[in-house]
Ligand binder design. Structure first.
Ligand code: GLN
Length: 300
């Protein structure tokens, strides 16, 4: 079979399976297996595709069964780097870049008011998964000391690998249950954050139990532990407000990604936790996506 034929058959299989992005997915899988881009596909389309064919067709079959493209490729782009992903870890989403940029901007601004702005900011990323958020912060604030907290071994594997591959040695992983009351003190100790964290950042599970029942076929491949935020989807925000915000330094920032209907509820939780300047930021679809606030300084 030629490259052209293999590609067209693959695309048709995906179209018939109802994959909306059939053409894009087929070309990405094609490139992944044969190492050829679109241009080479046109120029060398008539050549025999040889021994990669079985592998390509195998991946097409899996994609037709709605396995996420990102898992099949084994990596996915986030900001300007690429992260390893696979079963057991949440796929980084474009929306989450907004969380990273917003949190980094807020931290940079807060830092200008520090007595010593040269001090390395202490950052904790809760429910870190692939490490997208923590690594993203480290990319934007290279001297930050970032601790990425994750509970599940499969996600931890990707987190460690992604830290190693991106060579961000200021980023460390820690196995930790965000909902456990003893965790914040443990994390603060590991980060030597005697005065508290300068930034708590998180994209926690926020899908409601009800929404969990109607998830898109692809999303069902992702770990429910990274998605399910309890009955109202707010379990992790409540825990962050109650357990973690007390471990923020005065002037420190807590920034979280939320579901599109959760902005007001999280805003209230932050205000009740005595946070100042609480605001919600909209994503590129104009939906509430990030809520953040600043811890009041003790001196007032
Ligand atoms: N954004 C994900 C979704 O659309 C949810 C991720 C999360 O719960 N943090 O399903």
């Amino acid at each position: 079979m030629t490259f052209q034929e293999a590609y067209h058959r693959g695309r048709t299989t995906l179209e018939k399976a109802g994959i909306e992005t059939a053409s894009y997915d087929a070309i990405r899988l094609f490139q992944h297996v044969f190492g050829l881009d679109r241009q080479s596909l046109i120029l060398r389309g008539g050549e025999d595709c040889g021994c990669g064919l079985d592998r390509f067709q195998g991946l097409i079959r899996r994609r037709a069964a709605h396995e996420p493209l990102q898992y099949l490729l084994g990596q996915w782009e986030f900001m300007d780097f690429s992260l390893l992903v696979g079963e057991g870890v949440l796929i980084p989403r474009e929306e989450t870049e907004l969380l990273v940029y917003t949190a980094a901007e807020a931290l940079k601004k807060a830092r200008t008011h520090w007595e010593n702005p040269k001090r390395a900011p202490l950052v904790i990323d809760l429910c870190a998964g692939s490490g997208a958020v923590g690594l993203g912060i480290s990319q934007l604030i290279p001297d930050a000391q970032v601790l990425c907290a994750e509970l599940y071994p499969q996600a931890m594997y990707y987190l460690r690998e992604n830290i190693r591959r991106t060579k961000k040695w200021n980023v460390q992983p820690i196995v930790l249950d965000v909902l456990d009351a003893s965790s914040p003190a443990l994390a603060a100790k590991k980060l030597e954050a005697a005065q508290g964290f300068d930034l708590i950042v998180s994209n926690p599970p926020y899908v409601t139990s009800r929404e969990m029942e109607g998830l898109q076929a692809e999303v069902r491949w992702e770990p429910s532990t990274a998605l399910n935020g309890g009955t109202d989807g707010l379990d992790f925000y409540k825990a962050i407000a109650k357990l973690w915000i007390p471990f923020l330094s005065g002037g420190g920032i807590a920034a979280v990604e939320t579901g599109e209907t959760q902005g007001p509820a999280v805003k209230t939780l932050w205000q009740e936790a005595r946070m100042d300047h609480v605001e919600t930021v909209q994503d590129f679809n104009n939906l509430d996506r990030v809520t953040l606030g600043t811890k009041k300084c003790q001196k007032g």
